[in-house]
Design a protein around this ligand. Structure first.
Ligand SMILES: [Zn+2]
Length: 190
């Protein structure tokens, strides 16, 4: 299973914190993006960074990324993997911008209607240099996984909204990918 920096991967009481992890408040968290390894005999938890020839991104590539910041006219996206090449790391630039004008053909007033920090999105690379820029305007692109603002658990689609499976809170994202919550190469820990 692939995990993101900051994802909880175990409890300090139960497991030993190995490479690629750190401990905070009794929990073990991933410090790098990579593959989670849990050895149940030695009780060692490790996160191993991705190996293999890094992927070089080109305009038109479809990528997965996580929203790391939301500003008034753009979102900052940490690009994690290229679709279809999820086991390989990304070379060079990983921080991309996604302007509010690239969310939908319809007018989007507030970018937080579309994205919240922590959401995982499926997006298309528009430009690589001088800066990495993404778009989710295509019909099949958008948020693939969203997390509840209250309790941070994943949300599922209920009608036209999203509902937290744990605390039942409703939220909305105006641009969901058609792959929302379908199994994808990148799995976020639940
Ligand atoms: Zn919740």
């Amino acid at each position: 299973m692939m995990v993101f920096p900051g994802d909880e991967v175990g409890y300090s009481e139960e497991y030993l914190c190995g490479d690629g992890c750190y401990e905070k408040d009794g929990r073990i968290k991933a410090s790098v993006f990579g593959e989670l390894h849990i050895d149940n005999d030695s009780k060692l938890v490790e996160v191993k960074p991705l190996k293999g020839e890094p992927v070089i991104l080109h305009p038109g590539d479809i990528v997965f990324g996580r929203i790391s910041d939301v500003r008034s006219n753009m979102a900052i996206v940490e690009v994690i993997a290229k679709k279809g090449e999820e086991k390989r790391s990304i070379s060079t630039l990983k921080n991309a911008t996604l302007f509010v004008s690239q969310i939908s053909d319809a007018y989007v007033k507030d970018i937080s209607e579309a994205f919240r920090i922590g959401d995982v999105i499926e997006a298309k690379v528009m430009q690589v240099r001088p800066s990495l820029q993404l778009t989710v305007k295509d019909e099949d692109l958008g948020v693939v996984k969203a997390f509840c603002r209250k309790c941070k658990n994943p949300m599922r689609i209920v009608g036209s909204r999203l509902q937290c499976f744990k605390c039942k809170t409703f939220e909305k994202r105006i641009k969901l990918s058609k792959d929302y919550c379908k199994p994808i190469g990148i799995k976020v820990r639940e």
